[in-house]
Design a protein around this ligand. Structure first.
Ligand code: DC
Length: 335
């Protein structure tokens, strides 16, 4: 006897979609495990409470699974659980090595079985990238890599050592003295500069502009992009930055470009600063954001740019949950 597991998600709670997704899941499991109908003893389904339109077991019978026992049950409602999900366990007489199958949004439940998931989130300062990326990473249970933190750490290193960030020659000479690493504590990124945790220092407004300036140098970008690719190649992750979709991971399957009106972005940044005890006037923040965008957009190497295949999301009048839900739906619809 063997138990084979699987799961899938539906985009909408309709009988048609449930039938289609259940049939696809069962046929894939059958094919991957080379199961014959007579091998299958029973098929047990469970589904999340947001599915009402059709019994998965009934969909299985209609898909031709008629000679085994079928059963559907309801899952407990767990906070943060993947939505509109149908899970299955097939008990078989076969002794083959079980090949479990996780499709669509459920692919992320078993990342060890599925391909790596990299999500690129680019956009200007204050467009909501970091908040959205953190929540997306939580939802998909993958890492969040804040690439801006690396440029900020680099700028901080120069600043602390009296290196002029605008002077490419000095920055290049100094670069070997900069060792940036990131670690994850309780799911949150902690950024280290030469072994010291600098996660808070890099957030001060003065460092924002210095990071933008230092990030324009080719030597800096080569070093940072190398680190970013190394992390993204080993892990499923959401990366946010300016050039993720165009340069760091041009082959990423999921790319989004967040925008928002400068005044909205400045308002968000002012509030964020306030919550950290940093007092900077709205007008000053707005001016700095516009200047920084201009510098990031017009630099020669890997400028802030929407990749051709990125989905643009104007977040000006959306709240964070709306943006996260929109992106999640878009990804789940394509997995
Ligand atoms: O996202 P942030 O505000 O923390 O980024 C700080 C600066 O770093 C930003 O103004 C430009 C630079 N940056 C970059 O050039 N490429 C990235 N992928 C991320 C940030």
């Amino acid at each position: 006897m063997k138990a084979i597991r699987g799961a899938t998600t539906v985009n909408s709670d309709t009988a048609e979609e449930i039938k289609e997704c259940v049939s696809e899941l069962l046929l894939k499991i059958k094919e991957k495990n080379r199961l014959k109908d007579e091998d299958i003893v029973c098929i047990l389904f469970s589904n999340t409470a947001d599915i009402h339109s059709y019994y998965p077991a009934k969909a299985a019978r209609e898909a031709g699974f008629v000679s085994c026992a079928l059963f559907s049950s309801l899952e407990p409602e767990i906070n943060g659980a993947l939505q509109k999900c149908i899970r299955v366990m097939i008990i078989t007489e076969s002794n083959c090595c079980a090949e479990h199958v996780y499709l669509k949004g459920a692919a992320n439940l078993r990342k060890d079985l599925s391909n790596k998931l990299n999500i690129a989130i680019d956009g200007p300062a204050g467009s909501g990238k970091s908040t959205v990326s953190k929540l997306l990473a939580k939802r998909f249970n993958i890492l969040y890599l804040d690439t801006g933190a690396m440029y900020r750490a680099c700028a901080l290193a120069c600043h602390l050592n009296g290196i002029n960030v605008a002077d490419g020659v000095s920055v290049k000479k100094f670069l070997d003295n900069i060792n940036i690493t990131v670690k994850y504590e309780n799911g949150a990124q902690v950024t280290f500069l030469n072994g010291d945790d600098v996660s808070d220092e890099i957030r001060i407004p003065e460092i924002s502009m210095l990071a933008s300036t230092v990030s324009a140098h080719e030597c800096v970008r080569i070093k940072m992009v190398g680190l970013q690719r190394e992390i993204a190649n080993k892990n499923s992750c959401v990366l946010d930055g300016r050039d993720i979709g165009t340069n760091v991971l041009p082959d990423a399957e999921f790319k989004f470009f967040l925008t928002a009106l400068p005044e909205v972005r400045a308002c968000r940044r002012t509030k964020e600063n306030e919550s950290k005890g940093i007092n900077q006037k709205f007008e000053e923040v707005l001016k700095e954001i516009i200047r920084r965008d201009e510098q990031d957009r017009t630099r020669k190497i890997a400028p802030l740019l929407k990749a051709n295949d990125a989905v643009e999301v104007d977040t000006s009048y959306m709240d964070i949950d709306d943006v996260v839900n929109y992106i999640t739906k878009n990804i789940q619809g394509r997995i």
